[in-house]
Write a protein that binds this ligand. Sequence first.
Ligand SMILES: Cc1cc2nc3c(=O)[nH]c(=O)nc-3n(C[C@H](O)[C@H](O)[C@H](O)COP(=O)(O)O)c2cc1C
Length: 152
Amino acid sequence: MGEGTEYKIYPDTLGEPYRTRRFKNGEDLYRSLGIGREDKASRLGQFAKNFQFFGAPVGLIFAIDRNMEPGQWADLGMYMQSVMLLAQEHGLSTCPQEAWALWHKTVREFTNLPEELMVFAGMSMGFADSEHPINLWRSDRAPATEFLSILR
Ligand SMILES: Cc1cc2nc3c(=O)[nH]c(=O)nc-3n(C[C@H](O)[C@H](O)[C@H](O)COP(=O)(O)O)c2cc1C
């Protein structure tokens, strides 16, 4: 679990439906790699690949001014999304990685990050291996009826 995080990646208690969705997503991911539920070493091995940027040639770190509030964290998320869409347009693939927040001290030291900035996430960028099993599945999508309210 690295150096701990400066912000909570998830709430202490993740309520429904998010808990079930998160669990299923993890199960699907490890199943695609042929890693069983009990195989903790392989699961950790896959998690550790975060810190090699999954073999990508480019690694990005996104940080936010500590004074910022949830509204501005949303802005940063949108900014990251724009980076990912632009990358896609240029034939590159990405993987956003909050896992990097676990190593915020090391990241700060390595990148000479000013104290007023907090590490939010990293991002791998490169050419996706479209044949790799991890890239051959898509995470579930909830049907629109689950999250849209239509008021008439
Ligand atoms: C903000 C954010 C942080 C993420 N952090 C990680 C991470 O640290 N490690 C990881 O393997 N996946 C992480 N993911 C999920 C992958 O990037 C995910 O495979 C990617 O979002 C594509 O799946 P999707 O279609 O469900 O979004 C993160 C996603 C987001 C949006």
